[in-house]
Design a binder for this molecule. Structure first.
Ligand SMILES: [Fe+2]
Length: 345
């Protein structure tokens, strides 16, 4: 196995490649470093088989979609990842195969709900869940300190002690650590109980990154448009979130209802299907097609997507355009399918 970190800065991108087949995987590639990655792959005579984001990033634009457009490689993420550009969703226990290399997917939510770690032969890529002598922040949308504690202490600490930890970030110049080192020395986890860890994380009070929404929302929606004006975090937080059961009851009882699905056509007709009667307007077209919705302004509009993230953005956009009765299907079609509620394809 060929393994190399490519950025040489706080934000890490790893190349994992199979020496037998020359197939390569890029983990957490940055949009800004695209040329570097493509040049390196060409220089080494490798074929980019797949790109993978360990989670939806809030601090940099992901390069996965552009790399896929240019090379036709797979885009792999955990099943809760909101981005419509993902071509292969994975979950706990599955393997990502790159030539002869197999990386085991460990579902490690906490930093985000779509965080995974990857384990292969003595190495674990931990994304932003477990860092060297630290842990990822849990105060971004969807973050959960309790989940993070369980992911680290229950799953990552269960790996062999000599396993080398390869995190998504390192802010302090650390270069090498193992699961055993982290168990003994990690100052965030230490001997804390779950409750003590949650308390610690809630009181860290880091400032949010300057451009969090400008980065997070393109990564969630795959809208690469400099003109696009995304809603602010505060606006997203005001959106009325409805559980699947509440939406089902609205469908059965409220005849002044408009179900707006904001995914891509491929997803609308895909594996998760769509709710009968829902109308498709992909998020990227929502502003330009908002006029079509004017006649439904008096209705209760429920926005729907895969995981409930893009549709929250859609609901905030519509609210900003003067629609006053807009809600979001929390957990999206993933949860809807999980409840066994009816779908169409
Ligand atoms: Fe992150």
């Amino acid at each position: 196995m060929i393994l190399q970190e490519l950025n040489g800065k706080k934000c890490k991108t790893y190349l994992v490649a199979c020496e037998v087949t020359n197939k390569a995987l890029l983990i957490d590639p940055l949009q800004d470093y695209m040329d570097r990655y493509l040049a390196l792959l060409a220089y080494k005579g490798m074929e980019l088989d797949a790109t993978l984001d360990t989670h939806t990033h809030a601090d940099h634009l992901t390069g996965t979609a552009t790399l896929a457009n240019l090379t036709g490689c797979r885009v792999i993420m955990e099943q809760h990842a909101p981005s419509p550009t993902v071509t292969q969703h994975v979950e706990e226990g599955e393997f990502v195969e790159i030539g002869k290399i197999k990386l085991k997917v460990i579902y490690t939510p906490g930093h985000t709900p779509d965080s995974i770690s990857l384990y292969t032969k003595g190495y674990v890529f931990t994304g932003d869940v477990l860092l060297i002598n630290g842990t990822g922040r849990t105060d971004f949308p969807g973050g959960d300190a309790g989940d993070q504690y369980d992911s680290i202490t229950g799953k990552l600490y269960a790996l062999p002690e000599h396993t080398i930890v390869l995190p998504g970030h390192d802010y302090r110049g650390n270069t090498r650590s193992t699961i055993g080192d982290e168990k003994r020395n990690n100052p965030r986890i230490g001997n804390r109980s779950r409750e003590e860890y949650i308390d610690l994380m809630e009181n860290l009070k880091f400032p949010l990154p300057d451009k969090i929404q400008e980065v997070l929302q393109p990564n969630q929606s795959a809208i690469d448009d400099e003109i696009a004006k995304f809603p602010e975090l505060a606006q997203l937080n005001t959106i009325n979130q409805l559980y699947c059961e509440q939406v089902k009851s609205e469908i059965e009882n409220n005849h002044q209802l408009f179900l707006l699905d904001v995914r891509e056509l491929r997803e609308f007709r895909g594996e998760l299907g769509h709710i009968a009667g829902s109308i498709l307007i992909p998020l990227k077209d929502l502003v330009s097609r908002a006029e079509e919705l004017e006649i439904h302004k008096d209705k209760h509009i429920i926005c729907i997507c895969r995981a409930g993230v893009r549709s929250t953005t859609a609901a905030a956009i519509l609210t900003g355009l003067g629609f006053d009765d807009v809600s979001n299907l929390r957990g999206g079609m993933l949860d809807w399918n999980g409840r066994g509620f009816p779908i169409q394809r």
